[in-house]
Design a protein around this ligand. Structure first.
Ligand code: MN
Length: 241
């Protein structure tokens, strides 16, 4: 018997293009990719690879599964004076990876669907950690740091390559790009992750953000879009007192 109350996996609603509710996606883990758009790497002062052959290895970090927010209401987090938005494609895995390293050309078979989300970041804490060579956890993996749209089954979205991804804050455009600008595409990221972790059904992967990251303040509204089928609307609520 459980000696304390058990928590259940956070669940993300899955909807078809016409809005029809298809069920829920229970979340197991949240992997995130850093520096996956050259223009964002540049704005953060990081080195940008001169060619695909010089990409090296992607930067990975994680958020706890219960950082997911599905109703768009994000309380301003404690411990920061510089909360930043990062709009990102989110990949949802529907199958366990086979043992060993996942070949790039087999990676698509794991994908259940897609969403659009914000990798919310305490930029001041992340910058301090970077400067000291310390882990990013407090800057990235905090409560309510992963607001996400409903998920769309992969077969309903079509080719990802040229889909636009964008974010408006209080009605003004902050971030805008297309998915062909990713340094590492979805199969490549799943291949790289599989060298380090056993990927499972229920895992989410936040794929990295384009340039234009900036501060969010209490009361700000946000509207993220991916293609014409996925959107996330929400608001930064005042800090709890
Ligand atoms: Mn990010």
């Amino acid at each position: 018997m459980d000696l304390i109350p058990a928590t259940s996996a956070p669940r993300i609603p899955v909807r078809d293009r016409n809005g029809l509710a298809l069920g829920d996606f229970p979340v197991r883990r949240i992997y995130c990719v850093g520096r996956n758009f050259a223009d964002h790497a540049r704005e953060m002062g990081a080195a940008v690879p001169a060619s695909l052959a010089e990409r090296g290895s992607p930067v990975f970090f994680m958020k706890p599964a219960d950082a997911v927010v599905i109703d768009g209401v994000v309380p301003y987090p404690p411990g920061t004076a510089d909360l930043h938005h990062e709009v990102e494609l989110v990949v949802a895995l529907g199958r366990d990876a086979p043992a060993g390293v996942l070949p790039v050309d087999a990676a698509d078979t794991l994908v259940f669907g897609y969403g659009v989300g914000l990798d919310l970041t305490r930029r001041d804490l992340q910058a301090a950690a970077k400067a000291k060579g310390l882990p990013w956890d407090t800057g990235k993996g905090f409560d309510c740091s992963a607001p996400i749209s409903t998920l769309l089954p992969a077969a309903r979205i079509g080719p990802l390559d040229h889909l636009p991804i964008s974010l408006e804050v209080n009605g003004a455009r902050r971030q805008s790009s297309t998915l062909d600008q990713l340094i590492w595409n979805v199969p490549e990221i799943l291949h790289e992750l599989s060298k380090l972790y056993a990927l499972r059904a229920g895992d989410l992967v936040f794929m990295g953000t384009p340039a234009g990251v900036a501060a969010l303040l209490p009361g700000d509204t946000f509207h993220a879009r991916l293609g014409d089928a996925l959107e996330l609307r929400g608001q930064i609520a005042p800090a709890a007192v």
